[in-house]
Design a protein around this ligand. Sequence first.
Ligand SMILES: NC(=O)C1=CN([C@@H]2O[C@H](COP(=O)(O)OP(=O)(O)OC[C@H]3O[C@@H](n4cnc5c(N)ncnc54)[C@H](OP(=O)(O)O)[C@@H]3O)[C@@H](O)[C@H]2O)[C@@H](O)CC1
Ligand SMILES: Nc1ncnc2c1ncn2[C@@H]1O[C@H](COP(=O)(O)OP(=O)(O)O)[C@@H](O)[C@H]1O
Ligand SMILES: [Mg+2]
Length: 281
Amino acid sequence: MEKITQQQVQAVLTPRPTNSYKGSFGRILAVGGNENFGGAITMAAKAAVYSGAGLVTVATSKDNLPALHAVVPEAMYINYFDKVALSAAVAQATVTIVGPGLGTSSRSHEILQIVLTNFDPTHYLIVDGSALTLLAQDPKLQALLPAQHVIFTPHPGEWQRLTGLTVTEQDDVSNRQAQQRFQATVVLKKYHTTIYHADGTTSQLTVGGPAMATGGMGDTLTGIIAAFLGQFSQVPLTAVVNAAVYTHSALADQLALTRHVVVPSVLIDHLPTFIHQLQTP
Ligand SMILES: NC(=O)C1=CN([C@@H]2O[C@H](COP(=O)(O)OP(=O)(O)OC[C@H]3O[C@@H](n4cnc5c(N)ncnc54)[C@H](OP(=O)(O)O)[C@@H]3O)[C@@H](O)[C@H]2O)[C@@H](O)CC1
Ligand SMILES: Nc1ncnc2c1ncn2[C@@H]1O[C@H](COP(=O)(O)OP(=O)(O)O)[C@@H](O)[C@H]1O
Ligand SMILES: [Mg+2]
């Protein structure tokens, strides 16, 4: 198993070409945030913007719109109950996030089904939070998953629901067997997160720690992965996912030097500076 190094990450985080524009850096769609969990999709969207995504649209409950625009006015909005608008947005996005704060109601299920049905398999799909739980509950949804370009970001509880493996049973051999059933890249989030890539390789994080154990920290990671996929599309998927996972936890470690807890919103505010720091030898 390969440990992710800072040198590998720096090779991914190339500076922006002079003649670029917002359309050069990804069209991200973030689908989630019910009336109880609006913060989750807002954090994912803000993390994507602050990690350099060119255009970010949030498909969420209308209840979340004032807060979303107060926190991240750069993000555009659609109502996720508007099936026509949601289908069109999914078809156009270069990277779609589905799940942070989506909830597991029948309406949440319908939204996930629309996302999976309209997704363009040449683009990328990140499946997180409630979308993982919905998939675990319904094999018919699993059958709609595209064969490539899918990234799952479960914590051990979500991975247990998807695979039936208890947390103590989640060893490398069992996790790899389970990954092969889905064909997706699996980012199994924990202390020293392990990434089971779809190409059969495995990567492990050696940064990150308990100062990150706050609700919203995984939603934030999802936004960083989306932004990096939108920007560094010329780099292999394995390297881009590793770079995003590393950046998230390495920044948390830096902030934890002077803090008891790294609040996700605070981490997000530091992303532009930290990514620049990684790009500057
Ligand atoms: N501000 C917001 O809007 C926020 C909204 N959020 C959104 O809420 C939705 C629900 O997501 P969720 O992760 O909070 O709950 P759920 O899916 O029930 O999973 C928890 C279960 O898994 C188990 N478990 C075992 N190991 C574990 C581990 N290492 N890490 C974590 N859990 C572990 C755990 O075990 P226990 O703690 O009981 O021992 C429990 O049984 C989702 O859409 C998410 O995006 C959140 O992001 C928070 C901020
Ligand atoms: N003790 C820890 N050590 C390292 N990373 C941690 C620790 N606790 C939490 N994290 C990180 O915080 C994030 C938590 O993700 P998740 O449980 O999905 O949060 P949420 O859904 O509340 O946003 C993951 O990236 C995980 O690796
Ligand atoms: Mg989560």
